[in-house]
Design a protein around this ligand. Structure first.
Ligand SMILES: Nc1ncnc2c1ncn2[C@@H]1O[C@H](COP(=O)(O)OP(=O)(O)O)[C@@H](O)[C@H]1O
Ligand SMILES: [Mg+2]
Length: 247
């Protein structure tokens, strides 16, 4: 299978410190890839490079086999991506307006926008919030709006950086359950950064563990969680003390 995105000899250096050093790494069509690791490991940095939101110091990033010039990813390529972060970064305006924004920027006809926003609000269970100002939502509601806004443009890849981390447990599990159903139905490729074993175990098929800016282990999520290697076991075993690995 040809990778959707491929990294070759990637480094990212800031203030003379190497933050990422990845010899090779691939993302495949249709997978839900988890990127997990301790705080400060380089997860968010990696996600930003993959989404062309930041530039590598050296190395190549390929999209469907084509080398993308550093710092110069074309707009039509960037428009294949969506990103959702821990902070939902909603704009002052209605929920409807916030979810519509990607389509408005693409100059989609208003009648189509109305239909699509209604569809995605329904999937995320937020139709009743359409006219509310997005700045006055609860954390869970705001994250639903954020994810609907990211999905409405039907991205080829959805990048997620700790979108559930700030939510209380009952809100988190309800949203993760809904989100899993939505993404499986849409068959969107997803790259999901999290430090949380429960989230990773529930959502992802494949997993990469990053420690100190290096991918120390990658492969099927259940296999890695059951068989950490010598570089990932100290991180994973801390989690496993508190989390039973039943799917
Ligand atoms: N632009 C930058 N300048 C300086 N240091 C950075 C920059 N970006 C990230 N870092 C540092 O790189 C390390 C990895 O950061 P990050 O990717 O945010 O980690 P994670 O998401 O795994 O918690 C941290 O030590 C962080 O302080
Ligand atoms: Mg981070």
């Amino acid at each position: 299978m040809n990778p959707l995105i491929e990294l070759k000899n990637i480094t990212f250096t800031a203030h003379k410190k190497t933050i990422l050093d990845i010899q090779e790494f691939q993302i495949y069509d249709g997978e839900f890839l988890g990127i997990m690791g301790p705080n400060g490991a380089g997860k968010s940095t990696l996600l930003k490079l993959l989404a062309f939101l930041d530039q590598q110091t050296s190395g190549d990033i390929l999209f469907r086999g084509q080398n993308i010039p550093k710092g110069n990813a074309p707009l039509d390529l960037r428009r294949k991506f969506s990103i959702a972060l821990q902070q939902s970064l909603l704009l002052d305006g209605t929920v409807f307006h916030n979810i519509a924004i990607g389509l408005t920027l693409r100059k989609i006809p208003k009648s189509v926008i109305k239909e699509k926003v209604a569809h995605w609000m329904e999937l995320f269970g937020i139709s009743h919030l359409a006219k509310k100002n997005a700045l006055y939502l609860s954390g869970g509601e705001a994250q639903r709006v954020n994810l609907a806004r990211a999905m409405i443009v039907e991205p080829e890849i959805l990048f997620l950086d700790e979108p559930f981390s700030a939510l209380d447990f009952p809100t988190k599990i309800k949203l993760m359950e809904d989100f899993k159903g939505i993404i499986e139905k849409a068959q969107t490729t997803a790259v999901f950064v999290s430090h949380d074993l429960m989230e990773i175990n529930y959502l992802t098929n494949r997993l990469a563990i990053i420690v100190n800016g290096e991918v120390k282990q990658s492969g099927s999520t259940p296999r890695i969680l059951e068989h950490p290697n010598s570089s990932t076991q100290s991180f994973l075993n801390e989690w496993k003390k508190f989390y039973p690995l039943a799917r």
